[in-house]
Design a binder for this molecule. Structure first.
Ligand SMILES: *[C@@H]1O[C@H](CO)[C@@H](O)[C@H](O)[C@H]1NC(C)=O
Ligand SMILES: *[C@@H]1O[C@H](CO)[C@@H](O)[C@H](O)[C@H]1NC(C)=O
Length: 284
């Protein structure tokens, strides 16, 4: 499914660049993740910025003022999930839903020239178990972004707000933060090809939210997605109880077998005595 999306994205990319003259960026996002739509144009103080979703205006920046969702329909659709950045003019859609799919158009209005850019967003679902990992304490767990790595991407892994790993081009860094060292010392592995993160020798304190931020490294403001993963490290207690259950089952089987064996012996012994008695009766 993901491959198909990537494939389509590539085809659409070439179509866009080859045939159409409309400046459009295709953005794929997984339901629940956040996406920041940003144009790599330096924003001036006097610029007016308007954001449209499928041709309905959803946000506006004029000077120091900003407005998000002025009509009921927009409020119902996005509620508190939109964020504007004054500095960059970017729009962030948080906790995306499949129904957020559509065209987001940014208009930058300035006295000299206006510019307009369309971000075509497709939000799609993902199986929960790809993102919500449960692991027994001591085992390893791998968080896989399911992306085709692009050398121009900056990938940054977070555990809550702590940066724990980073890939830029062919460079990668793990645990440059003291808080990361304290928590994960020597227990993180990064796959340079896929960007996937492995936590080895897990502890229950590793449970929680992991996030992967992916953006284009060369521009000051680029389309940025924030992928959310959740890890739950379970106590080996459940492992012990599984062993205990197995032990009980074996014990019961042995008991039943012993009882059956004893029963058979008893029955044989009794029938044997009966026969003997019969025999002695006939001859007496
Ligand atoms: C927005 O446009 C897209 C693409 O045309 C369409 O699939 C989607 O249903 C539209 N959404 C709304 C709410 O109009
Ligand atoms: C990105 O930046 C690197 C240097 O940091 C440069 O070599 C490369 O050409 C840039 N790529 C683009 C697409 O601008």
């Amino acid at each position: 499914m993901k491959l198909l999306f990537n494939f389509l994205a590539v085809i659409l990319f070439f179509l866009d660049n080859g045939v159409s003259s409309v400046y459009t960026d295709r953005v794929s996002v997984v339901e629940g993740d956040s996406v920041t739509l940003c144009n790599d144009i330096k924003i001036n103080k006097d610029d007016d910025i308007k954001w449209y979703f499928n041709s309905t205006r959803i946000a506006k920046i004029t000077g120091d003022q900003s407005e998000i969702c002025t009509d009921v329909q927009c409020k119902e659709r996005f509620r508190d999930r939109l964020k504007l950045d004054h500095q960059t003019g970017s729009l962030t859609i948080m906790n995306t839903r499949i129904t957020d799919s559509g065209d987001y158009r940014q208009e930058i209005i300035r006295s000299s020239t206006d510019s307009s850019k369309i971000f075509s967003v497709s939000a799609y679902g993902v199986f929960a178990d790809e993102r919500d990992k449960s692991v027994m304490e001591g085992k390893s767990v791998t968080l896989d972004p399911g992306e085709t790595k692009n050398p121009n991407y900056l990938m940054r892994w977070y555990f809550y707000d702590i940066i724990i790993a980073e890939i830029t081009g062919d460079q990668s860094k793990i645990c440059t933060d003291d808080r990361c060292e304290e928590r994960f010392r020597d227990r993180l592995k990064l796959d340079h090809q896929t960007g996937s993160l492995t936590i080895t020798d897990t502890r229950t304190t590793d449970s929680g939210d992991y996030k992967l931020q992916i953006s284009s490294r060369n521009s000051s403001c680029s389309i940025t997605t924030m992928k959310r993963f959740s890890v739950s490290v379970t106590f080996p207690d459940s492992d012990l109880s599984a062993a205990a259950v197995a032990g009980i089952v074996v014990a019961v089987i042995l008991l039943v077998a012993a009882a059956v064996a004893a029963g058979v012996v008893n029955y044989r012994r009794r029938s044997h005595t009966l026969v003997q008695q019969n025999v002695s009766n006939t001859y007496s």
